[in-house]
Design a protein around this ligand. Structure first.
Ligand code: SF4
Ligand code: SF4
Length: 136
């Protein structure tokens, strides 16, 4: 990538929440999300989380892409998972102009707004790597 990228999330848009793919959780996501919903981490896990040996992800409901996506957006926005918060500064997008452009076909915020310095975008990508060691 050059010295930076433009990005500004567009009000009312929920396209990234509607894409195919899993929402993975970091260890810190679980207690924050449960507390936001007034649930114990154990109860939250039973209802919303699918665990494999080294990963946790949100269960995908039968009739939607995400249990927390409502008509007016993410119903847990202040506590949403790390990968949702950091999007689109995921390592695989920040490090590849091609992938960034491909993703911008569904994300109308990419290419809009202020220029984000590439170092800042890379710091976000690094937070993703640290939050999801089993994925990167
Ligand atoms: S697709 Fe892009 S503009 Fe739309 S909600 Fe997601 S980050 Fe924001
Ligand atoms: S948790 Fe919220 S931001 Fe993340 S995919 Fe679901 S609705 Fe979208």
């Amino acid at each position: 990538m050059a010295e930076g990228v433009r990005f500004e999330c567009q009000p009312g848009c929920t396209e990234c929440c509607r894409q195919k793919g899993f929402v993975y959780l970091t260890d810190a996501d679980l207690p924050r999300m449960s507390a936001f919903l007034g649930m114990t981490p154990a109860a939250f896990q039973r209802r919303f989380v699918y665990r494999t040996r080294n990963r946790m992800r949100l269960r995908v409901p039968r009739d939607a892409n995400c249990s927390f996506l409502k008509n007016d957006g993410c119903s847990i926005h202040p506590a949403k998972p790390t990968q949702c918060r950091i999007f689109p500064f995921w390592p695989e997008l920040v490090e590849s102009r091609r992938e960034w452009q491909k993703t911008s076909r569904y994300c109308p915020g990419m290419g809009q707004g202020p220029l984000i310095q590439i170092e800042v975008a890379r710091q976000q990508a690094q937070e993703m790597r640290e939050g999801y060691p089993a994925l990167y």
